[in-house]
Design a protein around this ligand. Sequence first.
Ligand code: FES
Ligand SMILES: [Fe+2]
Length: 344
Amino acid sequence: MFLRNCWYVAAWDHEVAGDFLTRRILGESILFYRTSGRNVVALADRCCHRRAPLSLGRREGDCVRCMYHGMKFDAQGFCVEIPGQDTIPRKARVHAYPVVERHRWIWIWMGDPELADPALIPDTHWVDAPEWKGTPPGYLHYQANYQLLSDNLLDFSHLAYVHLGTLGGSESYAQLKPEIEVLERGLRISRWLYDFAPPPFVAKLLPPGKVDRWNDYDYLIPGILIMSSGFAAAGSGAREGRREGAIEFRSCQAVTPETETTSHYFFSQPRNFANHDPITDRLLDQALRTAFHEDLTIIEAQQERWSERDDDEMVLITADAALVQYRRIFDRLLAGEQRATAQA
Ligand code: FES
Ligand SMILES: [Fe+2]
């Protein structure tokens, strides 16, 4: 039940360096490496001869040799040599996935390569923009289905409970109904809180006093969150665009299914203040990691219950509004893909 014709974040750029990186995405093992020209290659990690992992093979220039019976493949996945054989069958190739490296993330297209249009990759330029300072590259491995992570990111009312002592700061966060706008491939969700005590994770970064707070974000298929958030002195007019003295973030986060029950989670939290201050770096990095482990703890525990049984009825509440609308878009796109596959 995965969408295939979309871009997923596969890795941080530094993860694909000199060596092979093997990562499973949508249940498929994929071998990543860089050519001598620094281009990222993503090949099925599965030899087309007898399915041995190519990651157990060896690099030969920009090619990979399978170290079982010695077939050699180029960066496009074509077999270029078969030991003891002069002719190479046309179908002797492994799948080469389209990849794009952009703003420190390596994006991969898991579906029909003909449809892989880089223009569909969402804008995450804040991650490496010089005027924005990102937290160190964030990654968490989840023992949970990717939809449970999406559910979590679509409903920030959990800040009031899961993150009470970190990102939330008050149960009143859960009282607020977000504005939700339906986009073609996702949702735009907006929450503004006024005259509010700053939550613990930023309290030390702000002058004393109440704040206005916002979390405005797009949550896009297949699981990309791009958020403008910030804190400004209460009543200073941040919503109308007066942001002097405000502190702002542009969080970029990506959920990528590894298997049906495990997921990859990539994140960065660029900020536009104290860009050269190591104390702020440390404080925010620690706060974010603590908070994201709070999510991990509840979601992995939720997955365990989900795995025990999934036939009991669940109760829908008002806070599920975004989740329900997102699932509708997801299901429509999935049905479209399945129809197209059936007709092909
Ligand atoms: S399994 Fe790779 S060459 Fe035989
Ligand atoms: Fe959370």
